[in-house]
Design a protein around this ligand. Sequence first.
Ligand code: NAD
Length: 511
Amino acid sequence: MPTKHGAFVFWIFCLPQYTRISRLSPPNLFALEKIHNYINGQLVAAQSGDWLDNYEPATGQVYSLIPDSDASDVQAAVAAAEAAFPAWSSCGVHERYRILHRIADLIEERLEPFAQAESRDSGKAITTARTVDIPRAQANIRFFATAILHFGAESHQMEGQAVNYTLRQPIGVVGCISPWNLPLYLFTWKIAPALATGNCVVAKPSELTPMTAYLLSQICIEAGLPAGVLNILHGLGPKAGQAIVEHPKTKAISFTGGTSTGRILARTAAPMFKKLSLELGGKNPNIIFADCNFEEAVSTTVRSSFANNGQICLCGSRVYIERSIYEKFRDELVRRAKALKTGDPADPTNDLGALVSEQHRAKVMGYLDIAKQEGGILLCRGEIVRPSDELANGYYLSPAIIEGLPNHCRTNQEEIFGPVVTLQPFDTEAEALALANDTEYGLAATLWTQDISRATRMAERLQSGIVWVNCWMLRDLRTPFGGVKSSGVGREGGVEALRFFTEAKNVCVKY
Ligand code: NAD
């Protein structure tokens, strides 16, 4: 949790930043120490003048400050968005397409400084930021800029009587709130469809990873996005985020984050009859049958377990392996996990960087203690790593693989969201299905088998919003994305997002 400082102590807290900035600093253009809100086309401080520390996970040092925004900043952002709405919603899809494409072009041109900023801010390995986060952020914007050109609506004829046609109209001012694990990637995944459909947006990135959203606000100004169309506020969830959800003028809220936060949002938004999209936590099963392509299954399971330090909502955290190959698969997975390098996120030879915060590493390590108390055997220990003296206070943790736990224990039921997986053997398809579904979550599942009938059968019966067969994280942006049970409500992606961010109006014309 960022700590808070009044504006007058700003310079004291700037000092560590200047000592650190040499190691990973992006070019001067982006070497910005004080992150600002983007409201009504301007980069501004919080009205209170208060700032929060922003930590660099690689070093554990404060390296920049973010505005500690509150309801008064949200009010200013909503007022700007309301004022911008009539022009933005009526400027035409080609104009919105043109500006959004320009924004995507600028991100693409600056991939490297964006990737460095993302890696520094979140602790993720630079290679992940370069190859996943930033390319996908620009792709999100491009995808929805183009999708709006092809977005159609239905027409229903009543023979001889009337014709009905559906208008899909923008909602007005909408709120978008995103988490820290894929910062710009998930931020753009929300704001791009909201803007493309003609809404004006008040958005908040996570207080733990604000930097690339700030860089995006600079790019929006450069790209000529009209003032007030997109407003980006920084600050704490229960304060700035809650104020966005509570504001009577934000008519829809698109949220990605933890399940417990989703519950709070739902309690606030439901009595106000807001449209709500909730993308929440997961505890994803990864089911490996003996007839799988062993090499592909094991190499992808290494990725699906430890990519981004295991901090992806889609990571498989419960690996179920058919008993006849259990030992072979386990031993190979452990061997490869032990070979992964955890260290300085800026070093492209490292596979894992630092976890996002001290608090989060403590939470993940707490689960390793729980696993031991529950009788688990740690095959791969999950240890604190100190890559160098300079990085000794960073939040590093090596991969952990645990076996010997029953399905109902806390380690197998609660979301850990770190580089930790458990292994369990199974004997039959029915048992694998029952184990996989035995959780409150239902986001994604992965199946490894060469038997197409079994894959189809299982895919139908798995309680999850996404099923990958013989692959993982293969994403087509046109497909529906989201979870069932406690993993969320609603779907993002493709036409689902365009529908969420529009209101359907039926017009019935009598002949
Ligand atoms: P979080 O719920 O703590 O925070 C998410 C965002 O909500 C942040 O911007 C935060 O400031 C804000 N927030 C917190 N309290 C709020 C409130 N009362 N009102 C409004 N906004 C509030 O989640 P996190 O720790 O940032 O992210 C990790 C979680 O996100 C994990 O549970 C992970 O599974 C989930 N996640 C889900 C998906 C998905 O697509 N389903 C994708 C990524 C992450």
